[in-house]
Design a protein around this ligand. Structure first.
Ligand SMILES: [Zn+2]
Length: 458
């Protein structure tokens, strides 16, 4: 008993002395990140500037160009060692005049909110009016065959699965309707495609998002109606299967346009050739201010740089803040960034992306990490959990940083709480007012803390 006690006492003293050498320093620095971000943070005010002064900023638009200049100037003000632009050609699609849509039940006409999907063609000038075939998935559609679908509007009405705790899983499970619903409908002779918005609640906002036409299939226009409108259309169709739908879209695709990624560097003191990226995407859909998607990721990434500079923390490796262009409808910025990294022989060890909204931080997801690296990062939990960062798991990453994966870069996705994201995602209510200041600032400090630990211990 005595012996045992002595051993545990020695262990205790030993680990206690280790603790005295390392942990307080790290925990003090992490506390400073949070104190500074919450008490004297800049991210909220920057988000106001980006959302209110620039606004919606689809790649290829004048607003996207304005956002590039805003980001570059702001990063220069933070005292980065180097700020530069990377040229990238991006798709250029414009919505044009506001869409019109209504349900026609006999003589009754019910106007509903609709948004063209990004990349869709316009309807003919007079719009499209036809009977509606409602389906839940492609299998159900194919079973109907050409005879039932020819000349009709196909209505994809499969909701996001409400039972998924992580709403991104539910989003993933419903996404095929938006991405390729028009192609599947067109193969069976349909003349138009409408989808139930990919939103987790019943609301009146149509949620746009990108779709891509398949080659060799006639192009038909595709739009999204709000979840409430989808419920109403479904109910009306049950009462009257001859119900018709009308919609008119005025969108157009132009030639690719020149644009930029914005990059800022904090040069490493010991291993400057090893790079850690932190970023988000600067573009957003045209119909909203792009606050949660992804203004929050942009200002949090810039705040990481400011926190390091303000607290005088000199990283061993080079930290790069990257404001990627064109995540929403092409990912050309992410692809170009990885292409240039390879061309220039750069070594990217980690890339952290914030593109899941500016909500309460929960943790991080790692992709491409060895078991050893994952275990090391999970070893940071005692330092991070006082701030609510409990989830450090496999999986995650981000669209913009994805193309770095083949270069052996470990991809890290910042994981905030996901319950409210799909109320705002790609819709007109994704505005500054729907971002909570403290939640946003907690996210910036969380990201700074992880980068600090990754740089120091890996
Ligand atoms: Zn996004």
């Amino acid at each position: 008993m005595m012996k045992k006690l002595t051993t545990s006492l020695v262990c205790c003293l030993l680990s206690g002395s280790l603790f005295a050498q390392q942990a307080p320093t790290d925990s003090t620095i992490i506390k400073q990140f949070f104190d500074m971000s919450l008490d004297k943070g800049q991210s909220y005010q920057w988000l106001r500037e980006l959302t209110k002064n620039v606004g919606g900023r689809l790649a290829g638009s004048a607003n996207a160009a304005k956002a590039v200049q805003w980001g570059k100037a702001l990063l220069e003000q933070q005292g980065a060692d180097k700020v530069f632009l990377q040229d990238v050609m991006v798709p250029h699609w414009e919505r044009g005049a506001k869409e019109q849509a209504y349900i026609l039940n006999g003589k009754q006409k019910i106007v509903v909110p609709l948004l063209a999907l990004g990349g869709s063609i316009a309807t003919p000038k007079k719009g499209i009016q036809a009977e509606v075939i409602e389906v839940k998935n492609f299998q159900e559609l194919r079973a109907l065959g050409k005879e039932k679908c020819e000349g009709k509007i196909i209505f994809f009405n499969r909701p996001m699965d409400a039972t998924k705790i992580n709403t991104f899983e539910a989003y993933g499970g419903a996404g095929d309707q938006r991405r390729s619903g028009a192609n599947e409908a067109s193969k069976l002779g349909a003349i138009g495609c409408i989808i139930r918005s990919l939103s987790s609640t019943l609301n009146d906002y149509p949620h746009t998002g990108s779709m891509v036409y398949a080659t060799g299939v006639p192009l038909i226009p595709a739009g999204a109606i709000s979840t409430n409108a989808a419920e109403l259309l479904s109910k009306t169709l049950k009462e009257n299967p001859k119900t018709q739908f009308f919609f008119k879209q005025n969108c157009q695709t132009f030639d690719d346009a020149p644009s930029h990624n914005v990059v800022a560097e904090l040069k490493g003191s010991e291993k400057p050739e090893e790079i850690i990226v932190v970023g988000g995407h600067l573009d957003s859909w045209d119909v909203a201010e792009g606050a949660h998607d992804d203004g929050t990721g942009i200002v949090q990434s810039i705040e990481v740089l400011r926190l390091f500079k303000t607290l005088g923390i000199k990283p061993k490796r080079t930290i790069r803040v990257v404001l990627f262009m064109n995540e929403e409808n092409g990912n050309r910025g992410g692809i170009k960034y990885a292409e240039l990294a390879k061309q220039n022989g750069e070594k990217h060890v980690f890339a952290l992306e914030s593109d899941n909204g500016g909500f309460t931080p929960r943790g991080f997801g790692l992709q491409g990490a060895s078991a050893e690296t994952l275990a090391k990062v999970q070893g940071f939990k005692p330092l991070l959990s006082p701030y609510g960062l409990h989830e450090i798991e496999k999986g995650g990453g981000g669209v913009d940083i994805g193309p770095l994966a083949p270069q052996g870069t470990v991809l890290v996705g910042f994981k905030p709480d996901s319950q409210r994201y799909f109320e705002y995602h790609h819709a007109a209510n994704d505005v500054f007012e729907n971002v909570n200041q403290r939640e946003l600032e907690m996210g910036a400090a969380s990201m700074a803390s992880l980068i600090y630990l990754l740089d120091k211990y890996l």
